[in-house]
Design a protein around this ligand. Structure first.
Ligand SMILES: Cc1cc2nc3c(=O)[nH]c(=O)nc-3n(C[C@H](O)[C@H](O)[C@H](O)COP(=O)(O)O)c2cc1C
Length: 325
């Protein structure tokens, strides 16, 4: 399956920048799209909800203005993440705004709904749904989504526990829509490996926390630059759903990460804007792929670097394949 036709000719690499609570700012989304990657933002990052319409309109205007003043540049469309959970009181409002604004891509999390797919398809938009297992993927496919984001083990934020190869190979055999793979992809070789497995696009979060435009405090960015896979803790203690966090961010709050308590998923609550806002503000979400993150570039410089790394990885891969068979 190729890229969705709405993305064709507009991408520097087949990359969707994952929506990240608090981190994804309008500025980051514009920088991502104007660098040739699909940029996305959780609707809950815009508060109060009355600001959403103006903010989305502003994002679109800036992306369009860049495209107009840079003919020939790769300028990708943007997306909005809707948390479709019974405790998210904003979901209907935010959906109405996205439909009015004709947001090119909607990424739904925690609930796949056919009526959302229908409304977005009506104006020519796309719907991707993120899942951690095949059971939820099948349910979303039956609701008509265009793409499935497989959140494999090692991903930042709420993450699955299943191996990425297992997820992609199993889904590829039964789905010819767009498959996006997420979890610890942070450089050009990682993007290439997602394609080699059979995914159509890479879905990348944590790498983009350590860029200048990301809305994260300097200590958070530095922790990512200094950290590696061994610094990531998988726990349900934050929100009730298992998620990956930086170990040092627990320690910084005086919490012993070896003594975290298991929390039940029924405690998940998006009423305050996201499931336990404090869990994300003070305890820092992050995936296992940060061992290759060594600096904090601008989004544009990083995009160009990823493109170079991707080409190098491709040539190296072809050489090694040729030498091994
Ligand atoms: C700090 C942080 C916040 C996140 N917030 C959201 C969110 O609000 N909605 C969502 O669907 N996914 C969220 N995610 C998950 C990402 O969208 C994505 O699945 C994940 O970051 C991919 O793995 P990676 O970080 O290893 O690249 C978050 C991830 C991180 C690291």
């Amino acid at each position: 399956m190729p890229l969705p036709k709405q993305f064709e000719g507009r991408m520097l690499l087949p990359v969707v920048c994952a929506p990240m609570f608090i981190i994804s700012s309008p500025e980051l989304v514009v920088a991502q799209c104007t660098s040739g990657f699909v940029g996305t933002i959780p609707s809950l990052n815009i508060r109060p909800q009355e600001q959403l319409e103006e903010t989305l309109g502003g994002i679109r205007e800036k992306i369009d203005a860049y495209a107009e003043s840079h003919p020939g540049a790769k300028v990708a469309p943007f997306g909005v993440n809707l948390i479709v959970h019974r405790t998210n009181a904003r979901v209907e409002h935010d959906l109405d705004v996205c439909v009015r604004q004709q947001v090119p891509l909607i990424i739904t999390s925690l609930g796949a709904r056919g009526d959302i797919v229908e409304r977005v398809h009506d104006y020519g938009g796309l719907v991707f749904h993120d899942v951690t297992n095949l059971r939820h993927a099948r349910k979303a496919i039956s609701q008509g989504v265009d793409g499935i984001v497989l959140v494999a083990n090692g991903a930042g934020g709420h993450a699955g526990a299943t191996n990425p190869i297992a997820l992609v190979r199993e889904l590829r055999a039964e789905f010819d829509g767009t498959i996006l793979l997420s979890g610890a992809i942070a450089d050009g070789a990682g993007i290439l490996s997602a394609l080699a497995m059979g995914a159509d696009m890479a879905y990348i979060g944590s790498r983009f926390i350590a860029v200048t435009e990301a809305n994260a405090p300097p200590d958070y960015k530095q922790m990512i630059i200094d950290g590696g896979a061994a610094d990531i803790i998988y726990t349900s203690a934050g929100t009730g759903v298992p998620a990956n966090y930086l170990r040092q961010s627990f320690e910084r709050q005086g919490i012993d990460p070896t003594k975290l308590e298991h929390r039940d998923s029924t405690t998940m609550d998006f009423g305050g804007g996201s499931s336990k806002r404090k869990a994300w503000r003070d305890i820092w979400g992050c995936g296992q792929g940060i061992g290759v993150v060594k600096d904090q570039p601008s989004m544009r410089d990083l995009a160009e670097r990823l493109r170079r790394q991707f080409e190098e990885a491709r040539q190296d891969f072809e050489r090694r394949v040729a030498a091994s068979i």
